[in-house]
Every structure is written in structure tokens, then in C-alpha cells.
Design a protein around this ligand. Structure first.
Ligand code: GLU
Length: 297
């Protein structure tokens, strides 16, 4: 059997904190779907943010995943080892005039855009650096300040031959065609001022290189799929199926995050919970009830 032809799934955590129940749900969902499809499950370490990601978080993450009983088909792909792949993709977009350097700072973008925000709540960049006059941008560049690289979203959209959509399955079997809306993100940065690439660019390059056919991840990334589909179309990359699953909520009813209110898996383990109890509490096992109540979005 040609391994690459097998359905391929991935779990793609960022080692910038401890894994919590939300990560466990996502990893278990990927494991279940890969198993049902007779496919492969890959681990990708999304450590592109070199300032926040730490090797000790990665070690702890691997221990948590082992404890949960989640095995991967191959050694992980680590983004920090593949920066050339992201630089090549950016260069391809630059050669077509679809990205441009930007010296705007976050506060300057916020002042220039009447309070507009992108779907993640960050100030929305409306285009071609209205906030910072060219002379000032030149001064910053001459002073050695690295620029961000932004996608010219209107030029990118007008270069497409067909409307942009994606295939969404949620947690079910029925497909829904969703109209992508990348313009909601404005001229999104594909490389930050201090980064080799940002999440959006790295994730589409990696999903294509790893031949991921099914992207299974939390609903918090639903809106980002619009940008991912645009980049896939521009870079000529294949379109995966998307399965955005519900989110696990913390005690305050907020989505789990790497903040204090979301109990890390390690703490649950040290408190005496067995992996089977945790899997059952999340809906992936038959072990008797543990008293661990899980709330979903
Ligand atoms: N690295 C992202 C996270 O930890 C997941 C990205 C993805 O699944 O596309 O939230």
C-alpha cells in the first residue's frame, strides 16, 4: 500500500504552555477519525513563535499524549526546522506582487482603522500602510527594523478565477460548503516583524507537505480557514476537508486556554485521574464515570 495515499490526519499543538482538556479532545477526535478511516495520524509541533515556544513544554506535551494513549505514525514535523519552506512560499507570493513589506506597529494600525478588528480581535490592517507614511517606513527600514510581510487581500482575491469556499463537516458526516471570507482579516500578516512566518502561512504549507486530507481542529480556528483557503488557492495547494469540532469550556464557561482557569492534563493526572477516565469524560471511552464534568461549547 502506498502510505502517502492513506488518509492522513494531524494534531498540531504549539509548545507554548501545558496541554489541557481542549487539546485532549482534539487529539482524541483526530485519533478516532484516523482509526475509522484506516489512516495515519501525524504530530506537528507548531513552534514557529520562537519566543513563546519552549522545549520543556514540548517534552511535557509528549508525555501527556503518551499517557492519553495517543500514538503517532511518524516522528513529528517541527516548524522551526522548516523555515525555508515558509520563506519559499512567501517569495512565490512576493514574485506575483501579492505581498508587501509593512512597518506599521499594532497601535498605529489601531489608530488608523476606526476600531476595526479581525476575527481574532486584533486591529485590522486595511491596506498598503496608510498608517505610516513612506518616509517613516523608509527610516525604520534604514534603522535595521525588520518589516512584516502582508498579503494584499484585494489584489489576491481579484487574481482568483472562482469563488473561494471550503468543505466543512463539523463533527458529522454531512458536508456543507462554506463561502470563505478572507477580507474579514484585512491585509493579514504572513510574516510578523520578529518572526520567520506566521501561523496562517506555516499551517497551509505544512498541511500540503504532509498530505493532510482532513484538518480536524477546534471551532476557534473556523474563521481562520478563510485565510487558509485563500493561501491554498494562491499557492496552488490541495484543499483538505475541514472538521471544526466543539470546544471544551473551563469553569468560567470560557474556551480552554493556556491560562490559569484551564486545568492542565498533568494536574488531572497528578490528582489521580486515570487516562481512561479522562477519555470517557470527553466521550472517547467506556471507563466508568470519574466525576470529571466536561462542558462543551
Ligand atoms: N497550533 C494551533 C494550536 O495549538 C493549532 C493549529 C491547527 O490545528 O490548525 O491551537
Amino acid at each position: 500500500m502506498n502510505l502517502a495515499a492513506r488518509p492522513t490526519f494531524r494534531f498540531a499543538p504549539s509548545p507554548n504552555g501545558a496541554l489541557h482538556l481542549g487539546h485532549a479532545y482534539s487529539a482524541l477526535m483526530n485519533q478516532r477519525l484516523a482509526g475509522e478511516a484506516g489512516g495515519r495520524l501525524l504530530l506537528r509541533i507548531e513552534d514557529i513563535d520562537l519566543t513563546r515556544c519552549k522545549p520543556e513544554f514540548e517534552t511535557a506535551m509528549r508525555e501527556d499524549l503518551d499517557w492519553l494513549g495517543i500514538a503517532f505514525s511518524e516522528e513529528p514535523r517541527r516548524q522551526s526546522k522548516h523555515l525555508d519552506d515558509y520563506a519559499d512560499a512567501l517569495a512565490a507570493l512576493e514574485a506575483r506582487g501579492l505581498v508587501y513589506p509593512c512597518h506599521c506597529r499594532r497601535a498605529e494600525i489601531a489608530r488608523s482603522n476606526c476600531g476595526l478588528r479581525d476575527p481574532d480581535g486584533a486591529p485590522l490592517h486595511r491596506g498598503r500602510c496608510v498608517a505610516v507614511p513612506a518616509v517613516e517606513a523608509g527610516r525604520r527600514a534604514a534603522a535595521g527594523e525588520r518589516s512584516a510581510m502582508r498579503l494584499d487581500v484585494s489584489r489576491a482575491l481579484s487574481s482568483l478565477a472562482a469563488p473561494l469556499t471550503w468543505r466543512e463537516f463539523g463533527e458529522g458526516a454531512r458536508e456543507r460548503i462554506v463561502a470563505a471570507d478572507p477580507a474579514a482579516w484585512g491585509d493579514v500578516a504572513l510574516r510578523g516583524r520578529g518572526q520567520p512566518a506566521n501561523y496562517h502561512l506555516a499551517v497551509v504549507v505544512d498541511d500540503a507537505l504532509q498530505e493532510i486530507g482532513d484538518v480536524v481542529r477546534g471551532r476557534d480556528l473556523y474563521a481562520a480557514t478563510s485565510v487558509h483557503r485563500l493561501l491554498q488557492a494562491l499557492l496552488g495547494l490541495p484543499e483538505p476537508r475541514y472538521r471544526h469540532h466543539r470546544l471544551v469550556l473551563d469553569a468560567n464557561g470560557d474556551k480552554m486556554s493556556k491560562s490559569a482557569s484551564s486545568t492542565p492534563l498533568r494536574v488531572l493526572r497528578e490528582a489521580g485521574f486515570a487516562a481512561g477516565e479522562l477519555r470517557s469524560a470527553l466521550g472517547f471511552g467506556a471507563t466508568a464515570a470519574s466525576g470529571l464534568a466536561v462542558r462543551f461549547s
